[in-house]
Design a protein around this ligand. Structure first.
Ligand code: ADP
Ligand code: MG
Length: 699
């Protein structure tokens, strides 16, 4: 047997269980031994029946002296009752609606029961205890800590322990250690064989925890090695050094209607400095919604263009792309640039030539202009990557000399999509990713550890604090009155609904279409309303946004399509229906759509959820204005799984938890940084790293 031994060839598995295990993703021996328990049950202290106390958890061992099954009259529930006796007394165990227990347990058998003791129907009983039969030869988990696995496909924890026990016994001395000796020592980690043994069959809960610690350390260590390697690989590539034209940058800055914030200046300098290198920049610009990332990107772009290279900017939605096109063109129009726009759905394209209006040109013409270098800055959606869907070929836009790739709201794109813009060019262009969804520190160090970070940690000065409120159903009418007043004062309103249309069993979830009808007819008949959702054609969406911007509408009822990037300074109310359905980061994005002008703005979080947890989560929106704080909260409350790009690593739960803890992350990363420069010295580690890379790339 070795790591890649097929699961069905493992003793006591066979075809039936082989199939079930495969359905659980356990295909090889390695998969099996790395299928870690979900939790542990403490069977380590067996008490005498006379010593156990009411309302306390207890574990007893004894003989079954009676066993009955009855059906209750009212609920027609099957109740199994067993009387278990040791040499000090007897106790009753009761199970509800688990008829099979009557078949498994037999009178006369020895069992171990663990559960909480309660006083019911004038007897002391343990209700629904977990149980183990001693008659089963498997004495592996008796009188000790018992591992509980995620059970599915009719594979029980008991069975898993049963097949794992001999394997762990057998192979634990043959498995080579993956972590270097000095790392184990320095970070006080359990060696692999001990960790494997203790994670499946722990001698104590402390040791189980130590084992988990070792494996999550290892996972984060590998992620870090992986990213260090990726970083090094990118740095080895050649790209065009783009000198900083200080005089030009100053001129563009002077032409802006505002003064850049300190943070904008600092991040711009980091970016410009990076691009001066003949190796590609790979930088993530993080900045809260409205912190002014676009201006930074535009300044970096003009510098690249004046160094005779082209720039491409990709954003996730058409609305956003068109908005960027406008901003770039306005900001940079006196600097003699041609800006092109390329989107997917429409077959119309524009190019901007100095002193003329936007010109519509055909896609082919536009692509030609990009290829021969006529277009300096090309702004587009994902159509930039797959520019010919009909022919089903990945026809990439060709540039004459692409110097800088900018990806806005990068979390919306996959790793591959981002790479597609950068790869397979003569020289690798510099990459600037931008995101308004702040990445918690621990994730920035691990999952996104291949990127250099620039952080805009300050908002432009003119911003007013947005007033955020949680609104319960009772206050709905009152809030509608408030909205009326705001609109009469000249403000505009976003109404966000979780759905476009109602799905059958979801009557209670607000949807755009119904809400639009209802609000325009019954609530705000005197105002002009429009709706916006993903099923509209891009032309319709465009027109709606344009009309909303020019104040033809007062209220826009929308799905989450307005989440990212939209900039409408006159909007003062963001009203969110079913706000409990969104993550904090997303709510914060919605909120960022208002408060962009000098009016006082409001964010109204509607919810009919009574859950305390939900309430707490929404209250964080009132407490914090900072996207960074909120994303840290999201990480704590919802776990890292909701953050883009985390799932692809396929981490076990405890490693996911470790991602919440800055200290464990720092330790593993520090270790990776120590080892990485001498990785050649650790051939086994290198092989594991390669295997790890392969696994990650597959997904
Ligand atoms: P985001 O970082 O969310 O992409 P934007 O780049 O869209 O933010 O900027 C939001 C708004 O702030 C825009 O209207 C922009 O013109 C304005 N803005 C950017 N920088 C400043 C600044 N330093 N002072 C004042 N307003 C600014
Ligand atoms: Mg933006």
């Amino acid at each position: 047997m070795n790591f890649s031994t097929k699961i069905e060839e493992i003793p006591h598995v066979g075809t039936v269980y082989g199939k079930r295990l495969k359905a659980m993703g356990i295909k090889t021996l390695a998969d099996l031994i790395y299928y870690f328990p979900r939790e542990y049950k403490d069977f380590s202290k067996i008490s005498k029946i006379k010593d156990i106390k009411i309302n306390e958890k207890a574990c007893v061992q004894g003989k079954i002296i009676s066993l009955e099954q009855n059906k209750t009259w009212v609920k027609r529930m099957i109740i199994t009752t067993a009387l278990v006796q040791d040499d000090t007394g007897a106790i009753e165990a009761v199970w509800f609606n688990q008829p099979y227990i009557g078949k498994i347990l037999k009178i006369g058998e020895e069992v171990i029961l663990a559960g909480k003791l309660s006083f019911q129907n004038r007897t002391i009983q343990i209700s629904s205890p977990i149980y183990e039969k001693i008659s089963l030869k498997e004495t592996v988990h008796l009188g000790r800590i018992m591992s509980v696995y995620i059970e599915s496909q009719n594979v029980s924890s008991k069975y898993l322990r049963y097949i794992l026990k001999p394997i762990i016994e057998n192979i634990k001395n043959k498995i080579p250690e993956t972590l270097p000796e000095e790392i184990l020592k320095k970070y006080e980690l359990l060696p692999l064989k001990k960790a494997l043994e203790q994670i499946h069959f722990p001698d104590s809960l402390e040791l189980a925890k130590k084992a988990e610690e070792r494996f999550s350390f290892e996972q984060i260590f590998f992620i870090s090695l992986f990213n260090l390697r990726k970083k090094l690989e990118i740095k080895k590539e050649e790209s065009q050094a783009i000198p900083t034209n200080k005089e030009l940058i100053e001129r563009v800055k002077d032409s802006l209607p505002f003064e850049l914030t300190k943070a904008q200046k600092k991040t711009l300098d980091e970016i410009l400095k990076d691009m001066e290198n003949p190796n590609p920049m790979n930088r993530l610009l993080q900045g809260d919604v409205g912190s002014g990332k676009t201006a930074v990107a535009a300044l970096a772009s003009i510098n690249a263009v004046k160094a005779k290279t082209q720039v491409v900017l990709m954003a996730p939605t058409e609305i956003l792309v068109k908005q960027h096109f406008k901003t770039f063109f306005q900001m940079l129009k006196s600097f003699n640039l041609n800006v092109g726009l390329l989107t997917g759905k429409e077959d119309k394209y524009y190019s901007k030539k100095l002193h003329s209006d936007t010109i519509e040109i055909s896609r082919n013409k536009l692509l030609e202009k990009v290829e021969n270098g006529d277009i300096d800055i090309l702004i587009g959606t994902q159509a930039l990557i797959v520019s010919n869907k009909k022919k089903k070929e990945e026809q990439k836009v060709k540039f004459k000399n692409l110097g800088l790739v900018i990806v806005d709201e990068q979390h919306r794109f996959g790793v591959k999509q981002r790479a597609a813009l950068q790869k397979n060019r003569d020289r690798v262009p510099h990459l600037l990713s931008m995101t308004a969804t702040p990445i918690p520190r621990t994730l920035a160090l691990t999952v996104w550890g291949d990127l250099d970070l620039s952080i805009i940690d300050e908002m432009p000065k003119n911003r007013k604090k947005i007033i955020t409120e949680i609104v319960s159903e009772k206050k709905r009418t009152k809030k509608y009155e408030f909205i009326k007043k705001e609109v009469l004062k000249g403000g505009q309103v976003f109404v966000v609904c979780p759905r476009i249309e109602s799905e059958e069993e979801e009557e209670e979830v607000k949807n755009v279409k119904k809400e639009y009808d209802y609000l325009s007819r019954d609530v705000f008949p005197e105002f002009k309303l429009a709706m916006l959702h993903g099923k509209m054609t891009s032309k319709e969406k465009d027109k709606t946004m344009k009309d909303f911007r020019s104040k033809k509408y007062d209220i826009l009822v929308s799905t989450s399509v307005i989440e990212v990037g939209i900039d409408i300074p006159n909007a003062t109310i963001m009203m969110i229906e079913g706000s409990d359905r969104f993550g904090l980061a997303q709510l914060h994005q919605f909120r960022g759509r208002v408060g962009r002008g000098d009016q006082q703005s409001y964010c109204l979080l509607f919810t009919d959820s009574r859950s305390k947890k939900t309430r707490e989560r929404l209250e964080a929106m009132i407490k914090y204005d900072s996207g960074f704080k909120l994303s840290e909260m999201d990480l704590k409350l919802r776990g890292p799984g909701d953050f883009f790009g985390v799932r692809q690593w396929g981490l076990p739960d405890f490693a996911m938890s470790a991602l919440k803890d800055l200290n464990s992350v720092k330790r593993a990363r520090e270790a990776a940084e120590e080892i990485f420069p001498q990785i050649q010295k650790y051939p086994l580690l290198k092989r594991r790293l390669e295997a790890f890379e392969e696994k990650v790339h597959l997904e």
